[in-house]
Design a protein around this ligand. Sequence first.
Ligand SMILES: C[S@@+](CC[C@H](N)C(=O)[O-])C[C@H]1O[C@@H](n2cnc3c(N)ncnc32)[C@H](O)[C@@H]1O
Length: 408
Amino acid sequence: MERGKEVSAAQSWRLWWMGRLRSTNVGTSLMVVVLLSLLTLKWTEVISVANYAYTSARFSPVRQVWADDGFGFGILGVPWCRSRANNTVIWTRAELLQELSVFAKVYETRPIINNLNGMGFDHSFGLWFIARKLQPALAIESGVFKGHSTWILRQALPNVPIVALSPRHPRHYSKKSSAYVDSNCQYFTGKRFTDFGHISWSLVLAEHKVKDPSTVLVFFDDHQNQLRRIEAAQKYGFQHLVFEDNYDTGTGDHYSMRQICDQYHVSGGGHDCFKGEEELKIRNERQGRWEKAVNMSELCGDDDEWWGVQGFARDDFGHSFRKIPHSQHFENGRFVGDGLDVYWEVPPVASPILTHQTRYDPARTVLPLLLGEDKALFQELGLQNVPRHAFNGYTQMAYVKLLPASLD
Ligand SMILES: C[S@@+](CC[C@H](N)C(=O)[O-])C[C@H]1O[C@@H](n2cnc3c(N)ncnc32)[C@H](O)[C@@H]1O
């Protein structure tokens, strides 16, 4: 069985305790877990266990019975951006599950069957779900490609205008494959293309009779430095943001929310490049199995810089990159945290035991909605007919709600 391969006896014992702790008070849980762990584990494991209990507790209701299909979900930490207000999302896991059954049918009707290099099933569901829940007055999309995500927004928001920004119009792709062009979408593409940070948003919003930017949903799938996106969103008063490629530390082609929030003081965050640590062992074990898993020598730069990608903040599909000192990375995390109301990562839809995905490493993600024990439901929803590659694109899509801009 998978579990035997990946989880040692000590870890199994730890996981059992974590399962027990899920049904008790979180504060008490953390104290008990730290005490128990101190007795039996190294300090790095203490942090990992405490982080996991914390991360799990944030997204309630959680499962009463511990099960992770033996994939070790979250055992390497899930850095969770700290919101100053300590708020979480208004939706529950039960609602996600309920909506998944609706979305499974919607996804079957997608015009672009193979959206290679664009969004797969997990993030399509996440965007559709968030848009439906928020019901914004207007949706902005940055990064259109063939138009799959425009179509997803349209399914969630049948009557809401969309503003789409991308260097190329989606019709450009229709010569060689399928594409989607929306009739209620204002495209800033081709010669009209303007980067999100340079558009006169007050004029565009006025055109659509939208008075309050906090009623707008902004979706980014443009592979640009997400710190810059947060700064621009704050400047224009946008509060509801979704980031598609929320790459994990050490991976990806832009500085992401996940990377920015990967800090020592954040739950699930921080790394120690000192070789011989527990993280080194676990990462090495997982490397051959998961394409996106990174080992410590890939994670750490020449001078042990682990933040961003080996101490670099990448930007613009990796075409530009800037080395940043740890103090700058820390400041970036603080800046984001100060403006944050809610941070939430879309969970993977289903465990790899069901989807057979081999790309993202579960050790750095939250529990999926469906576990192995939910196989019947997975099949009932028709998800076994979704092509395997559509489950390979999970990169921790994040919903970010910013605090309203302060008046001083
Ligand atoms: C990964 S694709 C988007 C996929 C699409 N959201 C989907 O799921 O089908 C990234 C897109 O961003 C576009 N892009 C590149 N630079 C951009 C920028 N500065 N602003 C907006 N879009 C940009 C690219 O041309 C490409 O179409």
